[in-house]
Design a protein around this ligand. Sequence first.
Ligand code: ASP
Length: 438
Amino acid sequence: MLKVVKFGGSSMADATQFAKVKEIVCSDDARRVVVVSAAGKRNKTDHKITDLLYLCHAHLKYGVACDSVFQIISDRYTGIRDELGLSTDIEGKLRALREKMEKGITQDELVSRGEYFAALLMADYLGYDFLDAELWLKFRFDGQIDQEASYEALRRAAEGRRVVIPGFYGSMPDGGIRVLTRGGSDITGALAAAALDADVYENWTDVSGILMADPRIVEDPQPIERITYNELRELSYIGAQVLHEGTIFPVREKNIPLNIRNTNDPQHPGTLIMEEFDDSADSEHRFITGIAGRKDFTIVTVHKTGLSSAVGALRQILDVFEKHQISVEYVPSGIDCVSLVVASDKVAPCLYSILGELQKDFKPDTIKVNDNIAIVAAVGRKMAYRLGSSGKIFAALGENGVNIRMISQGPDELNIIVGVDNKDFAHAIRVLYNSFVR
Ligand code: ASP
């Protein structure tokens, strides 16, 4: 049994958090591969080390002294070391880094040091080997990850060892350091889990899993216990902020379960993400897995008598949007009309050109534009075989005074999407949550 475990910035923020990580890792012998982020915020007003490193680089770029910022970074890591009674030679490495900064250092290399120092300390603290990500996570010259070469290199390097790996970066073919996009340690962990055919990829953070709704809208939402990769994709696409986008692919490809856990509440099972679940024995009444949404969409509705039976009509309309590089999110339709739902900020600069071209090429009876529309999606794999799911959703919204402007249900019956006025956005989400979850 092998568990690849990744700890995010808040789990690495100070000595107290390090101690929780150690407790978690040591409580399960299968947790032999540990991936870490740079130290994150200790409280709301604190700074992430990665942000400070970007700040240092900006100073260097404009020839402004960055000693005070660098000192904060040094103090954080030496502080953790001293509090934990470790002997890692952080000062020597910081001095070498400072010298390199004077001579010239790339932004990627400088910001990667947040993870580097965090991993050195954690390896020392756990008594694990430090395994530098630059030795195995390989980028190609085009900036894409060379998955095969990386997997092969990690398999060889980690064989039979207990290791701590810094997240967020790897190396280019010329040996230079390259970082992933922000939050990329999630991806490092997923790649490590896939490379080593782990039994599970545990992603430890500061919440007990993915929440059923945005906590800024719903008070104290419950975490999702089990969610499929497809449901997660739906929820993230429509607005739920969960994991880094690139995290899912490597583990899904290998069918490795992903478990999101809370370092501050290690007994909580968190959220388990898998390809599918056997829900047959599930007597639970709830048919919604999660609720998410986004504001500011525009609906362009084109009316033309006989539209449904006119061959190629839809393509003609879509062509106009494509020409302007506008992606159409949903296409609800009737017999004589079709609506195109698009993001308002994307369509705004070319809306009048699009309307003009539709008028000219398609000669519709009318075209109507509604903006300030929000999209709210109820996502749930169980909706497919629960009779009346959509009826219940529409009834709840109607009874609570939410005017539904658009309805769309994906053909896979994984979600029910409604368009409401922007002003009703938060209310609609609360109504759905209170009606079907609470
Ligand atoms: N430390 C990096 C960031 O703040 C990467 C990560 O934490 O995943 O974006």
